[in-house]
Design a protein around this ligand. Structure first.
Ligand code: DC
Length: 223
C-alpha cells in the first residue's frame, strides 16, 4: 500500500539528495536517490566492459539486482555507495541514463518501491513527470550554475581533490545540457511542481520549507 509520496527533481548540484535524505530521516520515511541507481548501472556496465553506446548490451539488467536502502546502494548485495561517485561513472552516467531500455528497467523498480513502501521521498530528474506523476507533493529544486559548481567543488575538496572551479562549471553545464536535451524523459519541471530556488538558502532552510509543504498537504488529505 502506498503512503504519502514526495517527488523531488532538479539539476545536478541543486541539493536534491542531501535534502531528501535529511527530510526522510527527520520524518522516519523512506528515501530513494534514483540518480544513485543510474550511477550503479553505469558502474556495472563499465566493470562488465560492455560497449556503453550499445543499448542492447544493457540486457545484463535482467539478471542484476539494484537496490537502494538507507542511503546505501547495492548491486547484487555488493555495497557500491562510494564506487558510484568516481569520475568515470560521473562522466558516463548521462549517456547510460539516455537509453529508453535502461530507464524502463529503473522506472519499473522505482514504481514498485513506491507501491510497497509507506511514506516515501524519491529524488531524481523525472520523478514528478514520469515515475510518480500522481505524487501527493512535487518539488523542483534549482540553483544557479555558479552556486551548484561551488557545492561540487566543496564536496571534492572534502574528498581531498582540488580541481579548478572552471572545470566544475563546465561539468555542470555539460550535464545539464545532456540531461535536459535527451529524448527519453528529459529533466523537466512538472507543471504542478513547487519550484524552490536554493541558491541563497541553506539545506536546513530548504528542509524546513518542504516539511511545511508536506504538513500542509497532509492536513488537506487527512480531512
Ligand atoms: O543526481 P545524480 O547527479 O547522482 O544523477 C546522475 C545522473 O543520472 C544524472 O546526470 C542524470 C541521471 N538521472 C536520470 O536520468 N534520471 C533520474 N531520475 C535520476 C538521475
Amino acid at each position: 500500500m502506498s503512503g504519502f509520496r514526495v517527488a523531488i527533481d532538479g539539476p545536478a548540484g541543486s541539493g536534491k539528495s542531501t535534502i531528501s535524505s535529511t527530510i526522510a530521516k527527520t520524518l522516519g520515511w523512506t528515501h530513494i536517490d534514483t540518480g544513485a541507481m543510474y550511477r550503479a548501472v553505469t558502474l556495472q556496465a563499465i566493470e562488465l566492459g560492455i560497449d556503453l553506446n550499445d543499448e542492447a548490451a544493457y540486457r545484463f539488467l535482467e539478471t542484476c539486482h539494484i537496490h537502494y536502502d538507507h542511503d546505501r546502494i547495492y548491486i547484487d548485495d555488493r555495497d557500491v555507495t562510494e564506487a558510484i561517485r568516481s569520475d568515470k561513472v560521473t562522466r558516463n552516467v548521462s549517456l547510460v541514463s539516455s537509453f529508453p531500455y535502461v530507464r524502463k528497467m529503473l522506472v519499473g523498480l522505482q514504481q514498485a518501491a513506491a507501491k510497497t513502501t509507506g511514506n516515501i521521498i524519491m529524488d531524481g530528474r523525472d520523478i514528478g513527470t514520469v515515475v510518480l506523476p500522481d505524487a501527493e507533493l512535487k518539488i523542483f529544486l534549482t540553483a544557479n550554475v555558479e552556486e551548484r559548481a561551488k557545492r561540487r567543488y566543496a564536496e571534492r575538496v572534502q574528498k581531498g581533490k582540488q580541481e579548478p572551479m572552471a572545470q566544475m562549471i563546465e561539468e555542470i553545464v555539460n550535464r545539464d545540457r545532456k540531461d535536459s536535451t535527451r529524448e527519453a524523459s528529459p529533466l523537466r519541471q512538472a507543471e504542478d511542481a513547487i519550484v524552490i530556488d536554493t541558491t541563497s538558502l541553506t539545506i536546513k532552510d530548504v528542509v524546513k520549507k518542504i516539511i511545511a509543504f508536506i504538513e500542509q498537504k497532509e492536513n488537506v488529505h487527512g480531512d
